[in-house]
Design a protein around this ligand. Structure first.
Ligand code: ADP
Length: 244
């Protein structure tokens, strides 16, 4: 059953979960958790729980889908039936197909796809539990999984959503804020180059709010980028130090 809209989403500068407008939800990223994938990552952002797995680069089958001069990046965003309040019908739908496409476009700019002609790199993003911001958290996890797979990359990609609730620009919307707020803008960034690779918007910002939201997204991305690097270090530093 649909929940009723809370009277206020912001009370005395605090959000429903006690956060200030510029605060992220608790974030945890772990790299390399699946034995049989070439690369993998798990992310928790608030109540979101998401797995990303990478296979490849490997020869593309069927062969008619091969590209003679580059590798194909294939992304699949999938929500588990138990990931949302009411059972989600399994399988692809318009939303997941759109999200898979924008995730691919958000990740492509960091990859050297011309190094692997006729190959495919498969990225699977499995949403185990959803609480808004899954496409951006999925991108964050997928880029760690690509790095874990040893795929050469120019940079990582870190994603976060920003939005507006009760007239205030806020970072990292939770489900209630996504549902009842006035705007939701997912953003993905190559953190070192400060290039945007995804920007979507649902709702309305004034030009000033838009700039404020973008600034906030860049601040959030910096924190996410640190957590991505930490996750990779946690997996790889011990073995590098052992090998010294
Ligand atoms: P994102 O997760 O990237 O913010 P949306 O804005 O489309 O993407 O969705 C916001 C949230 O709405 C999701 O994270 C999820 O919690 C919820 N949601 C999305 N699709 C469904 C669905 N089919 N059934 C129930 N809840 C959904």
């Amino acid at each position: 059953m649909a929940e009723a809209k809370p009277e206020k989403l912001l009370v005395d500068g605090r959000r429903l979960d006690g956060r200030r407008p510029d605060e992220l939800r608790p974030l945890r990223i772990k790299a390399g958790i699946l034995k049989r994938a070439d690369g993998s990552a798990y992310i928790e952002l608030g109540k979101n729980k998401i797995l990303a797995a990478v296979y490849g680069p490997k020869e593309m089958h069927p062969r008619h889908l091969q590209q003679a001069d580059v590798a194909v990046l294939r992304c699949r965003y999938n929500m588990a039936p138990f990931s949302v309040e009411e059972r989600k019908r399994p399988g692809p739908d318009r939303r997941s197909m759109e999200i898979s496409k924008v995730i691919r476009e958000a990740l492509e700019p960091v990859l050297f796809l011309h190094l692997y002609p006729r190959a495919v790199i498969d990225v699977f993003i499995e949403i185990l539990q959803a609480d808004a911001g899954t496409r951006t958290a999925g991108i964050t996890a997928a880029s760690v999984a690509l790095a874990d797979a040893g795929v050469p990359m120019r940079d990582l990609v870190a994603g976060i959503s920003v939005g507006k609730v009760d007239g205030t620009v806020v970072l990292d919307l939770m489900k209630e804020e996504d549902q009842w707020g006035e705007a939701d803008m997912p953003v993905a960034v190559m953190p070192r180059r400060k290039c945007i690779t995804l920007l979507q918007m649902d709702g309305n910002f004034t030009p000033q709010e838009f700039r404020q939201a973008l600034d906030l997204a860049f601040k959030g991305v910096e924190q996410i980028y640190e957590a991505q690097k930490e996750a990779l270090k946690e997996k790889y530093l011990p073995s590098l130090e052992e090998g010294r």
